[in-house]
Design a protein around this ligand. Structure first.
Ligand code: DX5
Ligand code: ZN
Length: 216
């Protein structure tokens, strides 16, 4: 697998009163996209923001916006996220609704579609959809908050999917830092999603390079 590593930077735990600066930090650090964690307080135990805020974010950066929907009824709202400017939508297989319909709904609006699996959800559940989607996102923490500890048991799930789909984009989200990144890349993931490691590093650009597997 020699796909280029894509680093998507989450803003979940950042200060929204200085959103412009937060987004500029991602651009200056050469992050490849902005990862937007959408939480409804039902699917996972936290609340964040929605399409209205994303419309504002769209005006503040030229980077692609990726929405990670941690909401109970993704089908109801996906058009709103795409209309607000998101070019990639990730939805959870554990949420409500018909996955085929959700995939079609995303693709018909010209956005890319990724299916997300929680740490306890098996790879078998996503296999029927692999040919129809653009990526699989393996959660390496339980959805809800930034700053949690990486769950190493998910590495075998990444390896399994890479074996089944040599060309598919495989994303990993949660607890990724300089200690966990090497095993993640070795397992075959090529989309790295991170929040705290990038923003808590003194040099965010260096942190992004590290997540791409580059040491300097
Ligand atoms: C968790 C979110 C993650 C989180 C990542 O529900 O989906 O995207 O913001 O944050 P870190 O990198 O701090 O684990
Ligand atoms: Zn996320």
């Amino acid at each position: 697998m020699n796909k280029k590593i894509h680093v998507s930077v989450s803003i979940l735990a950042e200060d929204f009163s200085i959103l412009g600066e937060v987004l500029k930090t991602i651009e200056d650090a050469r992050g490849d996209s902005v990862h937007l964690d959408i939480l409804d307080g039902v699917f996972a135990p936290n609340l964040s923001f929605g399409p209205v805020v994303i419309k504002g974010i769209r005006k503040l950066t030229t980077l692609p916006l990726h929405a990670h929907l941690m909401i109970q009824y993704p089908e109801k709202y996906l058009a709103d996220y795409i209309d607000a400017g998101c070019s990639q939508i990730y939805f959870h297989l554990e949420s409500e609704g018909n996955p085929e319909k959700i995939i079609k709904g995303i693709h018909s609006r010209k956005a890319k579609c990724g299916i997300v699996l929680n740490p306890d959800t098996s790879v078998d559940t996503v296999v029927p959809y692999l040919e129809k989607i653009d990526s699989v996102l393996i959660m390496s923490v339980h959805p809800g908050f930034s700053g949690q500890k990486f769950i190493p048991e998910v590495l075998s799930k990444i390896k399994n999917i890479r074996k089944i789909s040599p060309e598919l984009d495989i994303a990993v989200d949660g607890g990724i830092n300089d200690k966990t990144i090497d095993s993640i890349l070795e397992s075959g993931a090529n989309v790295i999603i991170a929040n705290s490691f990038v923003f808590s590093s003194k040099d965010s650009a260096k942190a992004v390079r590290r997540l791409k597997g580059l040491n300097e």
